[in-house]
Design a protein around this ligand. Structure first.
Ligand code: PLP
Length: 411
């Protein structure tokens, strides 16, 4: 005879479908408005323009330029920096490939700074150590919604006279002592992809305080066509990276919900922090003093000395309880992916790696102790604005019992 489990199963909201997203009449009426207007391209319509104005205001920057994806946002920023082939852009290997491929497309060499073993973010020290005479820009990614050290990294960038590009795709409304993320560097890059804080399926935008930079990004997003200029010409090489009016309408509707969504994430994360305080071997990740996290995901570290099997064992014990998690996050640093490890780019050319300094493409593990330590202990828990205190309690209980079972199985 089998005994039915006693535990009441809670179903966690999932940001890949309706349970974890917040779409309602706000988006519906804006989409209807866009459709009724008959204009679905942002070059003639008003929705994308309205979204750009509203999101710039919310983030506290002078300009925002919408584009097709977060990858396109990073690409546009790098393209406007306009590196010479073989010049270097400092970045992180713990990120979305959409933040790295654009560097290669622009003929620049991504140089990976090591990351902090707890936050997974690059640090002022690791960025400084990766700088060379060829450095043309620094990309700082605010992983999971936890701000990178913008004060320190901005100083390193300023000392070298290179622009700072903030990859804020995961960090909407995260706060630092020098401003919201995405408002501090020369460029901010955001994503509107399905799994981000707000979404229109696919999409993104670039933020900047500089009018000329904003103009250059806009021209880049439009196949290098300066709409509205007296003597327009395709003066450079660029793609169609536009957001449609339909996407703009959904994004505009979503924007109104962003502050409340981030506030909810912070409240639920605080509950989880509290609930997990007494769970030995599990350490939630916090923002640095003075910074405010915006919790794209809820991230803990698992101490292998306390929990045999570490994050992989915990994830395996969480799965049957209906609690999805990603041990090791992206499982390996980006430089272990084929595009870097085998330099698989344009035909057999290995370009632009073929132009790189040997140290710039030296991916030996001992050069990245923080990165490997981070991946070895991190456990990334699914999270979204639809989580309630009951969901937090369910996840905390799940983690507590996962730790217990991992420890007793070995004992
Ligand atoms: C999602 C993401 C991107 C890419 O955005 P897409 O819209 O998927 O192209 C870039 N960087 C980071 C850190 C991301 O999380």
């Amino acid at each position: 005879m089998t005994v039915a489990p006693l535990a009441v199963t809670v179903s966690l909201p999932n940001d890949q479908e309706a349970s974890g997203r917040s779409f309602d009449e706000a988006e519906l009426s804006l989409v209807a408005e866009a459709l009724r207007s008959g204009t679905l391209t942002s070059t003639k319509g008003t929705m994308v323009a309205r979204f750009e104005k509203a999101v710039a205001e919310l983030i506290g920057v002078e300009h925002a330029v919408a584009c097709a994806s977060g990858s396109a946002a990073v690409h546009s920023a790098v393209a406007v920096v306009d590196p010479e082939p073989g010049e270097e852009i400092i970045t992180t290997s713990i990120t979305d490939m959409g933040a790295l491929a654009p560097i290669l497309y622009e003929g620049a060499v991504p140089v990976f700074a090591d990351t902090d073993p707890i936050t997974g973010n690059v640090t002022a020290e690791s960025v400084a150590a990766a700088m060379s005479g060829r450095t043309r820009a620094i990309i700082a990614t605010h992983l999971f919604g936890n701000p990178a050290d913008l004060v320190g990294i901005r100083e390193v960038a300023a000392r070298a006279g290179v622009p700072l590009i903030e990859d804020a795709a995961q960090a909407y409304l995260a706060r630092t002592p020098v401003g919201l993320v995405g408002a501090v560097g020369e460029f901010g890059a955001f994503s509107l992809q399905q799994g981000k804080h707000i979404t229109c399926g696919e999409g993104g935008f670039v933020t900047t305080n500089d009018a000329r930079t904003a103009h250059e990004v806009r021209v880049y997003v439009n196949k290098s066509w300066p709409y509205g200029q007296p003597d327009p010409d395709h003066r450079g090489l660029a793609l169609n990276y536009r957001l449609t009016e339909l996407q703009g309408a959904v994004a505009l509707g979503q924007l109104g919900k962003l502050p409340a969504g981030v506030a909810t994430r912070r409240e639920i994360a605080a509950l989880l922090d509290e609930e997990l305080a007494d769970v030995e071997g599990i350490t939630p990740t916090r923002a640095a003093p003075g910074d405010t996290h915006s919790y794209w995901r809820y991230v803990v570290h698992v101490d292998r000395d306390v929990v045999p099997g570490g994050p992989v064992a915990i994830a395996a014990a969480l799965r049957p309880q209906g609690i999805p998690s990603a041990p090791r996050y992206i499982s390996k640093p980006a430089f272990r992916c084929g595009v870097f490890a085998e330099q698989k780019t344009f035909g057999q050319s290995h370009w632009p790696f073929s132009l790189a300094r040997p140290e710039a493409v030296d991916y030996a593990a001992e050069r990245f102790p923080g990165t490997f330590a981070f991946l070895d202990s991190v456990l990334v828990l699914s999270f979204n604005e639809r989580y309630t205190p009951a969901h937090a309690a369910f996840v905390a209980d799940g983690l507590r019992s996962a730790v217990e079972s991992a420890r007793t199985e070995v004992a």
